[in-house]
Design a protein around this ligand. Structure first.
Ligand SMILES: *Cc1c(COP(=O)(O)O)cnc(C)c1O
Ligand code: SF4
Length: 335
């Protein structure tokens, strides 16, 4: 328990405080992670395109003094991001074509994805939305009504996906409003929430949010984004136990990232730790060809080899499905 007299540095009892007290200064990150500034891999230029942003308690999981740490590698703006690649672009998924309403993506027949929040708690360097213009794509209240109207009219839609940004970065009040809108559409049975908050700020899983999930008539699926076993702690375990108890189906998706998790032993350890926290592996994504992320790329040949080894190490239900996203395809493509 935290001592009430001394504010806890990670605000473990107040997720909003954690979210407003992020590390954005690289020198602070370097000091906290006890990194030797002489060997710095940090790039200021990279932060101008996509800023440094990380919750303190997540940064605390970095192994002190290790520039190769798998958590540091996910959040540190590096020189590698500045090299230009002709095979990479700003919108590799051609999402603009599948946006009938502001903030709504309808690519696959029975499900739609909503950009519910304009920001995240952490800026992941490999993010395929690192160039996304949240400003123009953030629906106004009227546009939100049009979005839900679209879902009302399209009886094929059985599942609504809250994505982002990070939907759990929204206030409980805003989130409840969005959930209520979905509950009001009779042909929608499932609400899926894609979020990294339970990993990076697990105290986001409040009593209020658990009550909302528990009392919903929708089947709720929460897809966490975790790439390495080191991201899972006693505190995340507690948060996921509560979600599990509230009847939420817990899945995880990872991105296959060079020098972070591109080894079968690393991915096997991740799957086992996820399972110990009531989460089943769902997808392992090939990184999308987004400008500034080419140093994370893993070839499909290598990815297939890793998967082959992984199947020898894990029960079938702990092996994620390796997928990539092809613009225009009717679903994600199995590799
Ligand atoms: C990935 C994605 C989905 C969900 O696809 P699943 O295979 O069901 O996980 C839905 N809509 C869009 C636009 C997506 O990119
Ligand atoms: S949490 Fe997800 S959307 Fe946000 S920066 Fe990370 S990968 Fe991108």
């Amino acid at each position: 328990m935290t001592n009430l007299a001394i504010p806890h540095p990670y605000h473990l009892d107040n997720w909003q405080k954690s979210l407003s007290d992020l590390i954005t200064n690289p020198n602070e990150l370097i000091a906290i992670a006890k990194l030797d500034p002489k060997n710095s891999r940090f790039s200021k230029l990279a932060t101008q395109i996509f800023p440094l942003k990380v919750p303190r308690q997540f940064a605390a999981l970095i192994r002190p003094g290790d520039w190769d740490d798998p958590i540091l590698a996910q959040i540190l703006p590096k020189v590698d991001e500045n090299s230009h690649s002709t095979s990479h672009s700003h919108d590799p998924l051609k999402e603009a074509q599948f946006t009938p309403e502001t903030g709504l993506l309808h690519k696959y027949k029975n499900r739609v994805l909503l950009i519910t929040a304009p920001h995240c708690a952490v800026n992941c360097r490999y993010c395929f939305r690192r160039h996304y213009d949240y400003q123009t794509n953030s629906p106004s209240q009227i546009e939100w009504e049009q979005t839900f109207d679209y879902i009302h009219r399209n009886k094929d839609i059985e599942e609504v996906i809250f994505s982002g940004g990070d939907p759990l970065a929204l206030s409980d009040r805003r989130l409840a409003w969005l959930i209520n809108q979905v509950e009001g559409i009779s042909h929608v049975a499932t609400l899926r929430i894609h979020t990294r908050l339970p990993i990076v700020i697990p105290q986001r899983i409040t009593k209020e949010i658990l009550e909302k999930f528990k009392n919903s008539k929708l089947k709720i699926v929460l897809v966490t984004h975790c790439n390495h076993a080191n991201e899972l702690t006693k505190i995340t375990e507690h948060a996921f136990a509560k979600l599990h108890k509230a009847g939420v189906l817990l899945l995880n998706q990872s991105v296959l990232l060079a020098n972070i998790n591109d080894k079968s032993s690393t991915l096997a350890a991740l799957s086992k730790k996820l399972f110990s926290q009531n989460i089943l592996p769902y997808y392992l994504h090939m990184p999308d060809a987004v400008q500034g992320t080419q140093h994370f790329a893993v070839t499909e040949h290598k990815a297939k080899e890793i998967m082959e080894e992984l199947r020898g190490l894990l029960s079938g239900y702990l092996v994620p499905t390796l997928v990539r996203e092809d613009p225009g395809a009717p679903s994600k493509t199995r590799v």
